[in-house]
Ligand binder design. Structure first.
Ligand SMILES: [Zn+2]
Length: 454
């Protein structure tokens, strides 16, 4: 009997031990699960039109709230003024010399330049990309290792958010990387009611001016002209179109709010890294360019919002003034996830900045604009090089924020130094072997032109 009792007891202890192990495993697994990632890119969104960047209109109440839960980079610079260059550089953290994108027609990201979703695949991430931006569908390669991929230019931010929320619900138990690219802030700005009247005749509606509307045949990117594709009802008021741009920002922000509420409802908010940025900015009259993003790489086009939220790695409500490139988002994410980065990444992680571990980050940010305009930016100066005409202009960003006065003849030492650096970077870029794609068909060219490209 004693033997049987001991046997029973041993059996009981054994079962108990198994249960404890299973329980501990569940707890350990939950606690150590790598975070999910949500990357939100908003097309053509310049930093100074977000209320959390000091804009006078309340354009981004939801993004502002998110920024308070994370870190806001006050001086984030895009790798380009155009979607076709900016997105591949951002998502691979490499420039043209490696990702192969040198002109609009080279819209295949070089297979050897790995995208974020490819880098995350080996670490068990399930990735998806959703957008309502037509040009995003033309950048071949961003769909690599995306389990779900959709670009539909016929839907608004509202529908895009709804699709993203359905996907989140379906995949909430997976470790996921969800990338959403909103296009509603891109011209022609057409926010739905009530956002189309939200910023009309308010206290910022001052010093208005009227300028002519371009005909379709005229140069859309001309000076002092409203692009044909942006104009409506023969309205020539500049402030009207700015109110529509701001209304589109608020509309997109409301949708981001809906998405973040869903994340909270699904109890995914805390264990998800959320990144918000833009591919480039927008000209709203600076340098006599209106409602487009062509021309020179001034800060109206390069200065973008950048917000990171992940409380386990970075403290809340933090503002960082140091200049960073948005091409550094990928190494920063890899750093947060403790994933070893491969050698083919150009930019450095700026996680150390967010954690107060480093003060000096990368002091030079390179950007590319169209096929033959390049820039190098420090926190104090920006040098722009028009390669075809071999012309340079140097701007003192501390004393001339609007970049109006070329100081290359006054600041000769700075000019020589930055010119040498930019030329070296350019030569490296030119050594690329771009995977050429067949030329666009007429429909694609017309569509891109109507959106202000080509
Ligand atoms: Zn864009």
């Amino acid at each position: 009997m004693l033997f049987l009792k001991d046997k029973k007891s041993r059996y009981f202890n054994f079962i108990l031990l198994i249960l404890v192990i299973v329980f501990l495993k569940i707890c350990f697994f939950k606690g150590s699960k790598q975070p999910n990632i949500i990357l939100i890119t908003i097309d053509g969104l310049r930093a100074d039109h977000l209320s959390c960047y000091g804009y006078g209109r309340l354009t981004t109440p939801n993004v502002d709230k998110l920024a308070k839960d994370g870190v806001i980079f006050l001086q984030a610079i895009a790798p380009s003024t155009e979607t076709a260059y900016s997105i591949p550089a951002m998502i691979t953290s490499t420039y043209s010399h490696y990702n192969g994108i040198d002109q609009w027609r080279d819209t295949l990201i070089n297979p050897s330049a790995r995208t974020l979703s490819e880098m995350l695949l080996n670490n068990g991430y399930y990735a998806a990309f959703f957008s309502n931006g037509y040009p995003l569908g033309l950048i071949k390669g961003i769909d690599r290792e995306m389990k779900d991929f959709m670009v539909d230019e016929n839907i608004s931010a509202e529908k895009l958010t709804s699709i993203s929320m359905d996907w989140l619900k379906l995949n909430q138990n997976r470790k996921f990387f969800l990338w959403i690219h909103y296009f509603d802030t891109h011209s022609p700005y057409s926010p739905p009611p009530p956002y189309n009247t939200l910023f009309i005749k308010d206290e910022l509606d001052i010093n208005d001016k009227n300028i002519p509307i371009a005909s379709f045949d005229k140069d859309w990117a001309g000076f002092d002209i409203i692009p044909y594709s942006v104009a409506r009802n023969n309205i020539t008021s500049v402030n009207y179109y700015i109110s529509q741009y701001d209304g589109a920002i608020r509309f997109t922000d409301e949708q981001i709010g809906v998405l973040l509420d869903k994340l909270r409802e699904l109890k995914l908010y805390e264990n998800t890294i959320i990144v918000i940025t833009a591919d480039h900015g927008e000209n709203l009259g600076e340098h006599n360019r209106y409602f487009q993003h062509g021309g020179m790489p001034f800060d109206t086009l390069l200065h973008v919002p950048l917000i990171f939220k992940y409380e386990s790695a970075i403290s809340k409500n933090k503002k960082i003034k140091t200049q960073v490139s948005s091409a550094g988002i990928v190494p920063t994410l890899l750093d947060m996830l403790k994933i070893k980065r491969s050698g083919d990444i150009d930019e450095k992680s700026f996680l150390g900045l967010a954690q107060d571990k480093i003060e000096n980050y990368n002091p030079y940010v390179f950007s590319k604009c169209a096929a033959s305009i390049y820039s190098i930016r420090t926190e104090k100066y920006k040098l722009i090089w028009l390669v075809n005409s071999d012309k340079y202009s140097l701007y003192d960003l501390h004393n001339d924020k609007d970049e109006l006065y070329d100081v290359k003849d006054i600041k000769k030492e700075e000019f020589d130094f930055l010119r040498n650096k930019l030329r070296k970077w350019f030569i490296r870029n030119r050594s690329s072997i771009s995977p050429k794609m067949p030329p666009f068909d007429k429909d694609t060219i017309d569509k891109l032109r109507s959106l202000g490209y080509l």
